[in-house]
Design a protein around this ligand. Structure first.
Ligand code: ADP
Length: 464
């Protein structure tokens, strides 16, 4: 394909160049012939005038010709292409001719290979002066051959040069397609050598390299995700296997079977939770394209989430409060509920006993902002940027113990970004964390008011 592109480029280039060279060569040869014949004609005309002036009629219808010595020398020289003259009398009778061997052709019928001029003399005679132009034709033919050879040489050099230059110019395309092929063949580290490409192709190459980088990152993240998911599922599966093997090992008491089944049930619930979260993550990732978009009143949604989490907060003695503006966004209510549930649930779970979770909602310039602040254990500075990564947990043992899988915040981030929003985190270990969610809002005249402040968790439940 690249060869055919190169061939086509060179063929077009050669065609245009041939047209230029041929027209230029033709113009050179034509102009040269024109100026040669014009010179010959002027010379013949001068001779003809000189002959007609030198012609004197004498009695008996005869003429006397007294040529100047220079003219006579030209007409009667021995060497070279001399001019000739032919004189006819007023009656058309041949009076004289400089070359007796010349086959005389009447005026107006120039013989091939000659150039002739006729003038009417005052004496009534007709004077024709001409010369053989075979030598001029030969010289012109020589010029034509030289021009043709020079043109052919120019064409040959230009075509070979063009082929070489086109090859060099197209070589980066070959490298780019080879790299793309290597990449699609599984070599995720293949990159185009950008410094070796030229001009516009350099930009193409670096754009493709960026795309390759992102592709590699995506593939690696996907691999990591699968590895992490398998690792997560392996623990409950191992527990189930060990427990069933232990139960089947020999006869057990009814209580022992019951205990084993309970362990099995917990492991199954854990697996179910992980699988559901994985599905939620996949749904959130895919939902930016095919999202069920309806107006969602975030104030009401937050009240629902707070109501839902109130028993957990109460159990841990954590105070839940929600204040601020109501606003409406466009999106999938179930996904948004799950995302807020994960963030607020974490704020309760990773809190201190008798701690507090404050949810502040603000509406400013088409953007709704939800701040979830807690007085919990906080997150170390180096872990803050990673809390949204899949399967990331600051304290794996503690998180597992609380039923965490390290997926809650990555689900939240996927959901919020699929809704055109974002979630960020700031934290101070030992003091608390704050998660800020921003979402583009819909103007909603039905909910212009502020939220009623919900104070203790128990109150929230009472509102149901
Ligand atoms: P998990 O299911 O383990 O809670 P998440 O993705 O929701 O997973 O959270 C990732 C990790 O971030 C948690 O394991 C926890 O270590 C930390 N984390 C999340 N929210 C908080 C918070 N409010 N306070 C302290 N640590 C938190």
């Amino acid at each position: 394909m690249r060869e055919s592109l190169r061939l086509r480029l060179v063929l077009w280039y050669a065609l245009v160049l041939t047209l230029v060279v041929v027209s230029y060569g033709a113009a050179v040869v034509y102009q040269s012939w024109r100026s040669t014949t014009a010179g010959v004609d002027a010379e013949l005309e001068a001779y003809a005038r000189e002959v007609s002036k030198a012609l004197r009629p004498v009695e008996g219808g005869r003429f006397d010709l007294e040529l100047s010595p220079e003219a006579a020398a030209s007409f009667f020289q021995r060497e070279g292409d001399r001019p000739y003259y032919v004189i006819w009398g007023p009656g058309g009778e041949l009076v004289d001719q400089s070359d007796p061997n010349l086959h005389v052709v009447p005026p107006g019928n120039t013989a091939a290979g000659r150039r002739e001029t006729t003038v009417q003399a005052a004496s009534g005679a007709t004077v024709l002066v001409g010369r053989d132009i075979a030598d001029l034709r030969r010289a012109e033919w020589g010029l034509f051959l030289n021009v043709a050879l020079a043109g052919l040489a120019t064409l040959a050099v230009a075509i070979v040069g063009g082929w070489f230059v086109a090859g060099r110019a197209l070589a980066p395309i070959k490298r780019i397609s080879e790299t793309a092929r290597a990449m699609s063949g599984g070599d995720l580290n293949a990159r185009i050598a950008v410094e070796r490409t030229e001009s516009e192709l350099e930009q193409v190459a670096s754009t493709l390299n960026d795309a390759f980088d992102r592709l590699r990152l995506a593939v690696e993240q996907e691999r990591q995700f699968i590895a992490d998911a398998s690792h997560e599922l392996r623990t409950p599966i191992s527990v189930m296997r060990a427990e069933t093997e232990w139960a089947l090992d020999r006869d057990r008491t009814g209580q022992e079977y019951k205990n084993a089944l309970n362990v099995g049930r917990r492991a199954t619930l854990r697996m179910q939770d992980i699988v559901e979260r994985l599905l939620a993550l996949v749904r959130a990732d895919a939902s930016s394209d095919a999202r069920q978009r309806i107006p969602v009143a975030v104030g009401t949604l937050m009240e629902d989430v707070v109501t839902w989490l109130a028993p957990v907060a109460q159990e841990r003695g954590v105070q839940l409060s929600i204040t601020g503006d109501r606003f409406t966004v466009e999106g999938d209510p179930e996904q948004l509920r799950e995302a807020f549930n994960n963030v607020i649930g974490n704020a309760i779970l990773y809190n201190k006993p008798a701690g507090a979770v404050t949810i502040g909602m603000r509406l400013a310039g088409g953007t709704g902002r939800v701040e979830v602040a807690d007085t919990g254990i906080g997150i170390p500075a180096d872990a803050v940027p990673r809390v949204f990564d899949r399967f990331f947990r600051v304290d794996t043992a503690r998180s597992r113990e609380m039923g965490g899988s390290g997926l809650g915040l990555s689900i939240a981030r996927s959901v919020f970004s699929a809704h055109g929003g974002d979630i960020t985190c700031t934290s101070e270990p030992g003091v608390g964390s704050m998660f800020v969610i921003v979402l583009p809002t819909l103007a909603d005249p039905r909910h212009p008011s502020s939220l009623n402040s919900i104070q203790p968790a128990a109150d929230t439940r009472a509102r149901d």
